[in-house]
Design a binder for this molecule. Structure first.
Ligand SMILES: Nc1ncnc2c1ncn2[C@@H]1O[C@H](COP(=O)(O)OP(=O)(O)O)[C@@H](O)[C@H]1O
Ligand SMILES: [Mg+2]
Length: 222
């Protein structure tokens, strides 16, 4: 599903990723750990074509992301959902409209939008908030809406970059449970975090980066 082959990336001659080779299979749940500055976000951005490696190859869902043309990137983004720490919800749009947005830009019919958005909101447990503005929601609910927006297209991969960075330990647990549920339905999930508490909550593969270099793998149990 995801493959990085000898991937390197530098910013101003400083390495952000150094010779990273990594394979993630369809249906896996992977925690991408490492301290701030380790290269986690750079790695995730490469998977959606937002960064290009200086060296190496990146494959996602059978596509060579490294050589994607600009016009092919929207297709990739439909297959790869993303969730970030800062929610990035549109403040003047309702919960429903925020989640509908990725479908609107694709020209999906209003009937299908209604069905898909309702399904996504239900999956994350905020269907009852559909007509509210983001500001009226708790931080945990806002992050759930972001997750709904990320899965509304039925992506094959879900990438989350510090998705619990603004949440307390209890909400962190709830959000991680939600990712596990989405994973259990078949979506490959990659969660990048520097928060060691997240690790205690999942029995999953842990991939650790340190200063842009992959650390040999371990497995943890909750
Ligand atoms: N757009 C950028 N311009 C310059 N340096 C960057 C940029 N993005 C990341 N970096 C640098 O690359 C390294 C890895 O950053 P990042 O991938 O954000 O790490 P993490 O997500 O693990 O905190 C850091 O040294 C960071 O300062
Ligand atoms: Mg980061």
């Amino acid at each position: 599903m995801i493959q990085l082959i000898h991937v390197s990336k530098h910013y101003d001659r400083r390495p952000a990723l150094s010779n990273v080779t990594l394979e993630i299979e369809k249906g896996e749940f992977v925690l991408l750990m490492g301290p701030s500055g380790a290269g986690k976000s750079t790695l995730l951005r490469m998977l959606i074509g937002a960064e290009r490696p200086d060296d190496g190859q990146v494959f996602v869902h059978g596509r060579n992301v490294t050589s994607l043309k600009k016009r092919e990137i929207p297709y990739l983004r439909r297959k790869v959902g993303t969730v970030f720490q800062d929610f990035r919800l549109l403040p003047k749009k309702s919960v429903f409209e925020n989640v509908a947005l990725p479908l609107l830009v694709q020209g999906v019919s209003s009937g299908d939008i209604k069905r898909k958005v309702t399904e996504a909101l239900r999956a994350v447990g905020v269907e009852h908030k559909r007509d509210q503005l983001p500001v009226g929601l708790s931080t945990g609910e806002q992050q759930r809406v972001c997750i709904a927006r990320a899965i509304v297209n039925g992506p094959v991969v879900l990438l989350a970059d510090e998705p619990t960075g603004n949440l307390d330990p209890e909400l962190t647990g709830e959000i991680i449970e939600l990712f596990k549920l989405i994973n259990a339905r078949g979506t490959t999930v990659v969660v990048a975090t520097h928060d060691p508490h997240v690790m205690g909550r999942v029995n999953s593969r842990v991939v650790t980066l340190a200063q842009g270099v992959l650390v040999p793998e371990q497995r943890v149990s909750a």
